[in-house]
Design a protein around this ligand. Sequence first.
Ligand code: PLP
Length: 419
Amino acid sequence: MPMSNAFQERLFPSLEKIAAHFGTPFHIYDEAGIRATGRELQQTFAGIAGFREYFAVKALPNLRILELMRDLGFGFDCSSIPELVMSRSIGARGDDIMFTSNNTSPEEFLAAEAEGGCILNLDDISLIAKVPRFPETICFRYNPGPRRTGNVIIGHPEEAKYGVTHEQVVEAYRLAKARGAKRFGLHTMVASNERDYTYIVQTAVMLLEVVEMVQQELDIRFDFVNIGGGLGIPYRPTDEPLNLAAIGREVTALFTQFRQKHGYAPRMLMESGRYITGPHGALVTTAINHKDIYRKYIGVDACMSSLMRPALYGAYHHISVVGKEHLPKSEVYDVAGSLCENNDKFAVQRELPPIAEGDLLVLHDTGAHGHAMGFQYNGRLRPKELLLRTDGTVELIRREETVDDYLATQQFTADSIRV
Ligand SMILES: *Cc1c(COP(=O)(O)O)cnc(C)c1O
């Protein structure tokens, strides 16, 4: 069931008031829901000593949200310098940060080791020689290639640009050891929005097998394995939710078996984004136009600058029309933004109740990869973000962009050279 009932019950009765005060469009996030899901994840893996979630910052890069993650005891999965800067600005240091970049630049290596460093996760064997000061703790991203298939969004690992191959993995740790590494981690990320729990369990099986292989070859122990993110959420009312409890049960058993066999077990890390915040966010937008041509259109005051997923991957986001949740869905609409791109539609041929201009539309499950993916094409600016606090207050946690923001990168000290 998309978007929790509890969030709807907290949000919908106050939406007119919130919209009147802040103006639409906005994304709004539910602190109580985010905290509850965070605790659920921790309880699920409490049987694995040292379990820690590293929130994938790219899913919802807002400082107030990152503070919530810090309060939950989570670390931060970063893959760019601004993400490192944000995480450090709310106090994350050292092992609180895992830096998983791809096609890494020299500037990124310097930023990773600055300010107390972080856990460095290398994406390729050739990068070992390029790390300026080799850290004591090192991790590699593993790409299983043809050994794994099946996840719909990520596709075949063999075609993915990430990670070291199965054939390279032992050599990677050998080289890292030669450069002075003393603690080792192993990482992978082979799924996205995966709701089949067995796929996630198989990822843990795969990583523990690689750990066994490498430790046998090199006589090292592994401090941790990071099974990545990619836990799925139901976007459609008919989607089955992920069976998190089953993952917890089966993965905990795998770590227990590993401990029995080897006399120790690595810690388990995870870097979920979508699962933690996805269902606890919504995009609220106002219907401003009706258009009746070959199809019926509802024009809203948000567009793909606020939420790219439908246009980018045809993703489904459930829509509620506030105050009309229980009316029959007697109309078929395309719900469109204002961008000069025909794929700027939040819904295509969607059955909805009759919508009047001024109605508030709620697009569900925009709490991850929502605002963060927005862009400014066509001079369409990104909206504000609000947080519904557990005490019932609603707080502005990011203002909307202005024309001055849009022009800021074109206002600079004159610079030119003759060539
Ligand atoms: C995007 C990403 C994540 C988070 O993915 P979700 O689907 O939001 O859980 C985690 N790790 C890496 C390396 C990523 O690129």
